[in-house]
Design a protein around this ligand. Structure first.
Ligand SMILES: [Cu+2]
Length: 304
């Protein structure tokens, strides 16, 4: 699989419910009933909230993840892209902007996990994962330098928190489709597994998440049968875990239970708060760093 550049962040399709409220509750006091938040109809559950009252969680800004089918607008914010079609087989700049409820491009974004904008691209068969940090021009136009894309139907995701206007402090994930020219060969989704390999590392998942329930999950990294204990902070944690749902391509970001303590001594076990908004197969991408190099492991997880 393709490994892209560094990054990390918080994610999940905003707009849905549980995740949004649950994660908002561990931020800095953001209320789940704040205007502009789109809950998609579900209501928070006390048990899920309890699962988040963990020591060591400290999101610098309110984190409001949500979940649901991908959408290009939520809570009055719209994700506009310059092109609906991109060329295959070559690096391509993907330009986009976020329009706010006032109809103007948003230019003020809160920094989350060291970045104002976290951007993802993935093909409809959940291959080709890219996680980038675009740069913004003064007029609010973002440019994400995508590496070469394979032909087919793709989705892009913009994950951000406006720092002004009606939606200030509301974490959102908006998504668009984009077609890449050429004949598409869809790859079958690899079968669900609990372990996978990347760059000589073995990544093992523990936990049996259920849809719409907060659930702890642990990722363990080993190499040659030995625990890996030299994980470096990747942005502000030791690993970044994002997931995409087979079929509708819903997006989820799994929050680490604690931030990186600093230095290069993370691992081998990393705890996450797993909460998947839907049952079914999810393709997980775990990104971690050792010796200055980013590794991206992919694994299919079946959520009951
Ligand atoms: Cu990121």
């Amino acid at each position: 699989m393709r490994t892209t550049r560094l990054s990390r962040r918080t994610l999940a399709l905003a707009g849905a419910a549980l995740l949004t409220t649950v994660l908002a509750s561990c931020g800095s006091g953001m209320d789940h009933d704040m205007p502009g938040m789109n809950h998609g109809g579900a209501s928070p559950s006390a048990s899920a909230s309890d699962g988040h009252a963990m020591p060591g969680m400290d999101h610098g800004v309110p984190v409001a993840d949500g979940a649901g089918a991908p959408a290009d607008n939520r809570s009055g914010y719209r994700f506009d892209a310059a092109a609906a079609t991109l060329p295959a087989g070559q690096p391509t700049d993907y330009r986009f902007s976020i329009t706010g409820p006032d109809g103007k491009p948003v230019t003020a974004f809160a920094v989350e996990q060291t970045k104002q904008m976290h951007f993802y691209a993935i093909r409809s068969d959940l291959t080709g994962f890219q996680h980038l940090h675009p740069t913004m021009a003064p007029d609010g136009t973002w440019t994400a330098p995508l590496t070469a894309l394979t032909p087919g139907s793709w989705r892009t995701y913009a994950s951000f928190t406006p720092d002004s206007g009606d939606g200030k402090g509301t974490a959102l994930v908006l998504s668009r489709t984009v077609n890449v020219d050429g004949k598409a060969d869809a790859a079958p989704l690899p079968a669900a597994a609990t372990t996978t390999q990347v760059d000589g590392y073995t990544v093992t998942l523990q936990g049996t998440p259920m849809a719409n329930m907060a659930h702890p999950m642990t990722v363990t990294v080993t190499k040659d049968g030995k625990p890996v204990t030299d994980l470096q902070p990747y942005l502000d944690t030791y690993a970044h875990l994002t997931a995409f749902h087979e079929g509708d391509m819903a997006f989820a970001h799994l929050h680490p239970a604690s931030e990186a303590a600093g230095g290069g001594q993370g691992g081998p076990a990393l705890a996450f708060h797993a909460e998947f908004p839907q049952a079914g197969n999810w393709r997980l991408f775990l990104q971690f760093q050792t010796a200055g190099q980013l590794h991206t492991a992919a694994i299919t997880l079946k959520v009951g």
